[in-house]
Design a protein around this ligand. Structure first.
Ligand code: CAO
Length: 535
């Protein structure tokens, strides 16, 4: 074996060109012509190929370095003297000229099977993390590992991760210790590789056939096949030509994510196009999956017991879409408060007879509508919508409030218009009418459009508080829970008071926390003494 420096060739006169990519890792077996690095001048990017076959021992340059003719790129170990064939065996380069194949393969392969083939298990791409601490060594020398077995455990400030071995083999030597800091490309362990051995054995068995079929200049098919089997896949270095790399950069595509269909796993222009097309075809609007977030795995629940699979109603599907879109787009905060509605309830109950006369019923909800309308006048930042350009806010001067209604077909939100201009009687009638329409599926699309704010009242059911989801493009929603008697300190003693829990969720891009606290305090003030409603 001989170690030599592989240098930067003549770059057409260009000097101090930037290294934009290192295509190999230490331990990689490269053939003559394989890309070692990619450099970029102000005119083009170009791959610098290996001038000979061998095993990468050291990488001298790194991304961001500048280099010129004669600079050392890598140190490479190459096969040299025939008596060093034993050493060459583990790293034998299959895709070599046929003459070499004929001359070397029989002996080398025989040796390769006799001496076990060694492979290095390297640290893969750690998502950009550097100097990551080894917190556990999961193997010991002599362990027989299957592909995917954990070698070591690393810990970053965000997570701990197991690093699996990418091929089966027996651990010969462990190159890292607990507490060590490691980086992509570092050697974790040296293993004997069963896969390589099998491949080599296969290859040896094919030697006579290879000898017969070898063409004057190219290695035959069985050789390539064996090469595939024994290829050491290290890291995620993708192989691609400069034009393809440039296209990938322009489109923001990470080459490592693209399925390569070119010869020797090279990424082609068509592969990039197919990748982009596939990404574009992914249902961006799709409702319940969002923003590239991976969906939970599909599970066959029937394996655990009896199930029914029921199609969601259209309302349920649309609600799911709207909720997901809002949840993923809106930075939500929920402000909690209580309103003392003791006096309001006395007043409301006193309206019972009059309400019956009018053929209606007054619940706390019309009062909630009214106080919210007044609060939206007082704090107009709650009556806005954000434009998608991220630069404009639409301030509304009308006050329409949606009321969430639970129906057998799903949640519906009819909108009560011009709430600020309507009396409690009018609002009561409209809430009852809209609720009935919703439950009998008589709501028209126009009945559910144009809302500025939403109230979701669970007061008739129970609960102490909840975090409603903003009904975009509105910027706030008030959740109302069940009013209950609570002991309140009046300055000298505890008094039983009827307290209504308020949960105001808001879009923090449009509303700040202090205003949200003022808004709910204002609601509590109006509800606590409804004489304020006429002020
Ligand atoms: N605290 C205590 N009691 C409350 C209350 C509260 N916050 N809100 C309502 N109640 C009481 C009412 O006063 C009424 O009792 P009385 O008959 O003794 O006065 C009882 O609960 C039932 O009220 P209601 O549900 O008939 O009327 P509403 O005005 O509160 O609600 C509507 C109207 C359309 C929202 C309703 O028909 C409905 O669908 N309610 C179900 C709750 C719901 O679906 N909410 C949407 C949640 S989705 O996120």
């Amino acid at each position: 074996m001989a170690t030599s420096n592989m240098m930067i060739p003549d770059l057409g006169g260009a000097e101090n060109v930037e290294v934009i990519e290192i295509c190999v890792a230490v331990g990689d077996v490269v053939s003559e012509g394989d890309s070692i690095i990619v450099v970029e001048t102000d005119k083009a990017s170009m791959e610098i190929p290996a001038s000979s076959a061998g095993v990468i021992k050291t990488i001298v340059l790194k991304e961001g370095d500048t280099c010129s003719l004669g600079d050392v790129m890598v140190e490479i170990e190459t096969a040299a003297a025939p008596d060093e064939a034993r050493e060459l065996a583990p790293h034998v380069e299959i895709e070599m000229e046929s003459a070499i194949v004929e001359a070397v393969i029989p002996d080398v392969m025989a040796e390769a099977v006799a001496v076990e083939s060694e492979r290095l298990a390297l640290v893969p791409d750690l998502g950009g993390a550097a100097d990551v601490e080894v917190v556990e060594i999961s193997v010991k020398v002599g362990d027989e590992l299957a592909e995917g077995d954990s070698l070591i455990v690393l810990e970053t400030d965000k997570a701990s991760m197991e690093i699996p071995v990418t091929f089966a083999g027996t651990v010969l030597e462990i190159k890292v210790a607990e507490g060590a800091k490691i980086n992509v490309g570092d050697t974790i362990a040296v293993l004997t590789s069963k896969a390589s051995k099998v491949a080599l054995e296969t290859l040896v068995s094919q030697v006579p056939q290879i000898k017969e079929t070898v063409a004057p200049s190219k290695a035959p098919a069985p050789v390539n096949q064996a090469h595939e089997e024994m290829e050491v896949i290290i890291g995620s270095a993708a192989h691609a030509g400069p034009a393809v790399r440039m296209l990938a950069r322009e489109l923001g595509v990470e080459l490592a994510q693209v399925a390569a269909t070119g010869p020797r796993d090279r990424v082609l222009k068509e592969d990039i196009e197919a990748f982009v097309k596939q990404k574009l075809q992914q249902p961006a609007s799709s409702s319940s999956q969002g923003h590239g977030i991976e969906q939970p795995p599909a599970i066959d629940f029937s394996q655990f017991g009896a199930i029914d699979r029921i199609k969601m109603s259209k309302v349920q599907r649309i609600t799911a879409q709207n909720m997901t879109r809002s949840w993923l787009n809106v930075p939500h905060v929920t402000q909690f408060d209580h309103a003392d509605i003791t006096e309001l309830e006395v007043f409301r109950k006193g309206l019972k007879a009059e309400a019956e006369q009018k053929g209606t019923k007054v619940t706390p909800l019309p009062f909630m509508l009214k106080v919210c309308a007044l609060a939206m006048r007082q704090y107009p930042q709650f009556n806005v919508s954000l434009e998608n350009d991220g630069e404009h806010i639409v301030q509304k001067h009308y006050i329409n409030i949606g009321v969430a209604v639970d129906t057998p077909s799903g949640l519906m939100v009819p909108v009560i218009r011009d709430v600020d201009n309507k009396s409690i009687w009018q609002l009561s009638e409209e809430v009852i009418a809209m609720g009935a329409k919703a439950k009998s599926k008589k709501l028209m699309p126009v009945d559910m459009q144009g809302g500025c704010f939403t109230i979701s009242s669970l007061g008739s059911i129970g609960g102490t508080a909840f975090t409603p989801i903003v009904n975009t493009p509105e910027v706030a929603i008030l959740g109302v829970s069940k009013a209950e008697m609570q002991p309140r300190w009046n300055g000298s003693e505890f008094e039983p008071r009827l307290m209504m829990p308020l949960s105001l969720s808001y879009d923090h891009r449009a509303v700040n926390g202090a205003d949200a606290a003022r808004f709910t305090q204002y609601l509590a003030k109006l509800l606590g003494d409804i004489r304020h409603l006429v002020m």
